[in-house]
Design a protein around this ligand. Sequence first.
Ligand code: HEM
Length: 167
Amino acid sequence: MEAAGAASPPTEPPVTHPAVAPLAFLLGKWRGEGEGSFPTISSFRYGEELLFSHHPSKPVISYTQKTWKAASGEPMHAESGYWRPRPDGSVDVVIAQSTGLAEVQKGSYDAEKKTVTLQSELVGNASKVKQITRTFQMADGELSYVVQMATITTSLQPHLRALLKRI
Ligand code: HEM
């Protein structure tokens, strides 16, 4: 019989579910700053924290976001949802916003370029918003994104841009 200490080490459990592995670059907590704008509003600066988490037994990433006024720290928008990457490079995302708006997003990822591109398939419970796109890119250890929206009065254009570092 082999002595316990001489046994080969147990296989390490996977750190990520195989379905989630291509988006592992998102996992963790991110903090940074962003700028909001739109033709119909005054631009503003905000602080932001994002958390992408997951359990190795589930093919899904949980997502939470919170923002605050850069100047005062007062809470602003928050949202949370679930990201489901598919082996074919597509990704399904649902997001519930603190304003009551709900998004169903479909898109694609590129695991090598570390990018994700999402387009709304459904925007629910929104009086003004017709369409939302979200693009994410991880480069040099920093995560940046652009959120664009189209409203009943204004064509698709940027509402939010932010740059975050992993914490
Ligand atoms: C304004 C939607 C995220 C802060 C607006 C407006 C819409 C909107 C429809 C009004 C534009 C108009 O009247 O023409 C959204 C959507 C978001 C989002 C769909 C996410 C996908 C955020 C975030 C923040 C934010 C993350 C804060 C960090 C603001 C502010 C205004 C505004 C300060 C202008 C003041 C106001 O009308 O309340 N947003 N927003 N928004 N948004 Fe957002």
